[in-house]
Design a protein around this ligand. Sequence first.
Ligand code: SF4
Ligand code: SF4
Length: 176
Amino acid sequence: MGSPYNQLADVKMLLFFTEIGIVGIIVLAVLVIGSLFVEGLWCRYLCPYGAMLGLVSWASPMKIRRDVHTCIDCDRCTKACPSRLPVASKLQIISPECMGCLKCENVCPIKDCITMAPTPKTKVNGRQFALVVAGIFLAFVITAKVAGVWNTKLADEEYRYHFSQRDNPAYSHPGR
Ligand code: SF4
Ligand code: SF4
């Protein structure tokens, strides 16, 4: 994180798009055109962050759960799932592809038939789940602010110096 490259990581990301090369253009074009034919081409099959988040989702105690006693088998949840998971035929969804969007819960006509909960007996509705997620996020932000690690310690002058050196080979990616 302290490498010259990382001092300018945000600028490098911007330059990737403003000074994009032919390989970048070809890759983006392939992704855009491919996405017209394959839904979620990047997010579902290629995104490395998606794979990482999928592992978190898979390991999470919070799962989409279906109450078979109240379910009327209308199949709306399965049709609404953007990850094409068979929600209507499962007791719970254990899949790295579940992103917790709660679309299945939103379309379900039966109250509390689908819940995002740690156990089958716990009822957590979408609003409560969203509040918990927002609370965890805020807790991280507040902790980082209190610990003094939220804002960069890089002074403006230092940043300008790094920026003027952006084409210097010492500022290329550490892996190169
Ligand atoms: S929460 Fe979203 S991704 Fe997960 S099963 Fe429901 S609709 Fe599919
Ligand atoms: S939408 Fe609700 S009622 Fe319909 S199949 Fe899915 S869980 Fe059952």
